[in-house]
Design a protein around this ligand. Structure first.
Ligand SMILES: [Mn+2]
Length: 377
């Protein structure tokens, strides 16, 4: 039997709200995943991308990962990984993870599917990886999946590592392949990119998004409340994959409240009552949105009275506007940001253009001309 740990989207070095504590949270949950791997004596670790938060991580983030890689090396556990959209270099450069190849960190499939055969006692497992394919690479994705299937034919135990959005797991506009496009010859499809955990194990290949190990966005809160964050402990027995989900306890608890001005305190108290067993030894972060006219200073003062909770600056909305809900259109800003992922500058330009173009065609053309640096200005 072969046992490995599937983890994903660890975003080491991520600094949310420019906070040192929040950066540390990402290292904490990574360390906890390492503890599980070492305690369970897994044969190897599979990481499905977005190891670091950017392709050019800080020296501190690199040194934190070095420490973890040393622990893995000492425990005799190699790591096979691919690049996510966050850690693929934006210009000609060396992928950060590859610096650590001498410690048993093996990056797979930079531009096309790549595979290794790993031996565990008398068992062998084929491990294939294809790094994130987006932009101009995306057109080649399905062909790479087909090649991966060819490569894995005849292998009893096989794992494919990929970092893409599959239809059904993210809003349609962001999806890059459909479930029926996925390779079928593998025992286990180790996926990354979608930060909410997902598992389909009713048929072979078993498919899973291991999910992120910390919350990168408040959008992850509902799934986090329901499922927590976790890593997958996977067993391969004669080609059959079985997943044992291990929840991570070091993840900082987060909660979101949308309320009217008269009710928000009751909702906060209720949430504390209900969820305090999950807080652990880190102060939880609450996100509050108040809809309706209210005394903002008073709200801020009230929030200060809660010692044990970190509140993000509350969002005040004077009136909730009910827009006719057309699927896929109510959050255009989110879609634009998601599409451009870690290119905030491009996302900003696209959002600005969209906003102007909705109401004023001439102004939109002028905006484009200015951006392109043509015409009189
Ligand atoms: Mn990610």
């Amino acid at each position: 039997m072969i046992r490995f740990l599937h983890m994903s989207d660890t975003h080491l070095g991520s600094r949310i709200y420019m906070s040192d504590d929040r950066e540390q949270d990402f290292y904490d949950s990574f360390d906890e995943a390492m503890d599980i791997a070492i305690r369970e004596k897994v044969d190897f670790i599979v990481h499905s991308g977005d190891l670091f938060d950017t392709w050019s991580p800080s020296n501190y983030a690199l040194s934190k990962f070095r420490d973890s890689a040393l622990r893995m090396k000492e425990a005799g556990i190699p790591m096979f990984l691919i690049m996510g959209d966050h850690d693929r270099p934006k210009r000609t450069d060396y992928p950060a993870a590859e610096i650590f190849n001498f410690l048993g960190i093996r990056l797979l499939g930079k531009d096309a599917v790549e595979n290794v055969t790993h031996e565990v006692g008398n068992d062998r497992v084929l491990i294939a990886g294809i790094s994130n394919m987006k932009g101009f690479r995306r057109n080649a994705l399905l062909e790479e999946y087909r090649r991966a299937d060819e490569i894995s034919e005849g292998s009893t135990n096989s794992v494919l590592i990929s970092h893409q959005a599959i239809t059904g797991y993210l809003y349609d506009e962001a999806c890059e392949a459909r479930p029926e496009d996925l390779p079928v010859n593998f025992s286990y499809l180790a996926f990354g990119h979608v930060h909410d955990w997902a598992l389909k194990q009713d048929r072979r290949p078993v498919f899973s998004y291991a999910g992120s190990t910390e919350l990168k966005s408040t959008r992850e809160i509902p799934a986090f409340i329901k499922n927590g964050k976790s890593v997958n402990l996977v067993s391969l027995n004669n080609g059959i994959a079985t997943v044992d989900r291990r929840k991570l306890k070091s993840v900082r608890f987060q909660y979101a409240i949308e309320s009217n001005p008269s009710d928000y305190q009751a909702q906060i108290d209720e949430a504390i009552e209900k969820f305090s067993p999950r807080f652990g030894n880190k102060k939880p972060v609450f996100t509050l949105r108040i809809v309706g006219n209210t005394d903002k200073d008073r709200v801020r003062a009230t929030l200060k009275s809660y010692d044990g909770i970190i509140f993000r600056p509350p969002e005040f909305i004077s009136e909730k506007v009910e827009v006719e809900s057309r699927p896929g259109m109510e959050n255009i800003g989110d879609y634009i940001n998601a599409y451009f992922s870690n290119e905030p500058e491009l996302a900003g330009i696209a959002s600005q253009y969209y906003r102007i173009a909705r109401s004023d065609r001439d102004a939109a053309m002028k905006f484009l001309m200015e951006k392109l640096g043509v015409g009189d200005q």
